[in-house]
Design a protein around this ligand. Structure first.
Ligand SMILES: Cc1ncc(COP(=O)(O)O)c(C=O)c1O
Length: 386
């Protein structure tokens, strides 16, 4: 079955009693045992719960994995994954990545003796230099948030495998509709499902998908033991959002491509970072390993003085954190999503005070462009008058 059909059908054929097309929300946290030593398959909701199970099975299938785990947020999913590692273990991590992932590694995991080195994950020489016998995994974001750097997933997975390491891919920005890293050799997928999978800026959730029996069993143990699991209501809401993922991703891609191309020509814009644009350094790899492009990109204005008035004048586009919802959102990474990354690293990778991140929604592209046009014009006018 094609992915569009699998998405639309999530949870609609599993309910055997009533035939409900939308899978019910089971709020129960405890389940009766038929007799001693017997179980219906459900005992206690932290370990397994009916509504969450349907979501988890769908996630595993969509990502071509063996098991799925729904968590209370993307960060909860990352924390659960990091619990695979022990004191002394070391990770290689994408240089440009979500600030919260960096904060979790540097301010929390480091206290438990799990360390990370940040590296351009396309530079295998640099990765080999940083590799030690204690290096247990590579964590890739591709595209990265916010600079949209692309990593050749197959190449990194093959390299990691040759050294006995796991490859973890944060697939939040492309979703399994456009990219399935397990098919390219990855072992673990993590999603902030709060973003495109949920898609409506109304559910906070994370997903993990694992490949392989042993890893799936280990993750099931950690998921239950840590307990940062997704509740039944949110599991249902996430499934509801995922049913329209294909349509939304196609429109996000179409709008983002039009808006990014328009911005590239604008007199106040210095650069646009979007892999769909032919001049983007990751364009060819992205086209090879993914079937489409995300709806988010970053762009750099020619002067930091334009940032404040642009954010003040946008109307249709909301000045708000997060990404991947139907509504267009713009954020200022250096003071918001990436504030926890030290300034020297931010500058090295280009997350500076002239960079804006834009999550292009599914409104009409003409309206999005008109809003940007008036905000940029107002910023120019105010700068001239100042
Ligand atoms: C790429 C990426 N991974 C993980 C996270 C964390 O997810 P959550 O906010 O759902 O905890 C985010 C959040 O912005 C993200 O952008």
């Amino acid at each position: 079955m094609k992915i569009e059909s699998r998405l639309a059908q999530i949870g609609s054929i599993q309910e055997p009693v009533t035939g409900a097309v939308s899978f019910p929300i089971y709020n129960a946290t405890a389940f009766r045992h038929p007799r001693l030593g017997e179980s219906t398959g459900f005992d206690y909701a932290r370990s397994k719960s009916p509504t969450r199970k349907v979501l988890e099975e769908a996630a595993a299938q969509l990502e071509s994995g063996d098991a799925g785990f729904a968590c209370s947020s993307g960060m909860a999913a990352l924390q659960t994954i990091f619990a695979l590692f022990s004191q002394g273990d070391h990770l290689l991590v994408s240089l440009d990545l979500y600030g919260g992932t960096y904060r979790l590694l540097e301010r929390i995991m480091s206290r438990f003796g799990v360390t990370a080195s940040y590296v351009d994950t396309n530079d295998l020489d640099a990765m080999s230099t940083l590799y030690t016998p204690n290096t247990k995994a590579v964590l890739i974001e591709t595209p990265t948030n916010p600079l949209m750097m692309i990593t050749d997933i197959e190449r990194v997975c093959a390299w990691a495998k040759s050294k006995g390491m796991l490859t973890i891919v944060d697939n939040t920005l492309l979703t399994p509709f456009f990219q399935r890293p397990i098919e390219l050799g990855a072992d673990i997928i993590i999603h902030s499902a709060t973003k495109y999978l949920g898609g409506h800026n109304d559910v906070l959730a994370g997903l993990i998908v694992t490949k392989g029996k042993e890893l799936s069993e280990q993750m099931a143990f950690l998921h239950n033991s840590i307990g940062a699991v997704l509740g039944a209501q949110d599991s249902w809401l996430l499934m509801r959002g995922m049913k329209t993922l294909a349509l939304r991703m196609e429109r996000h891609q179409e709008n983002a491509t039009r808006v990014a191309s328009w911005l590239l020509e604008h007199e106040l814009v210095e650069e646009v970072y979007y892999p769909a644009l032919p001049h983007h350094p990751g364009h060819d790899v992205q086209n090879r390993q993914s079937s489409g492009n995300t709806g988010i990109f970053s762009f750099r204005l020619k002067d930091a003085g334009y940032i404040e008035p642009v954010l003040r004048h946008i109307k249709l586009i909301a000045f708000a954190e997060s990404l991947g919802g139907v509504e267009s959102l713009m954020t200022y990474p250096s003071v918001q999503t990436h504030a926890d990354i030290p300034e020297e690293i931010r500058r090295q990778i280009g997350v500076d005070d002239k960079l804006l991140r834009f999550s292009v929604g599914i409104e009409h592209a003409d309206d999005i462009i008109a809003d940007l046009d008036q905000a940029l014009a107002a910023a120019k006018r105010e700068r001239q008058e100042a």
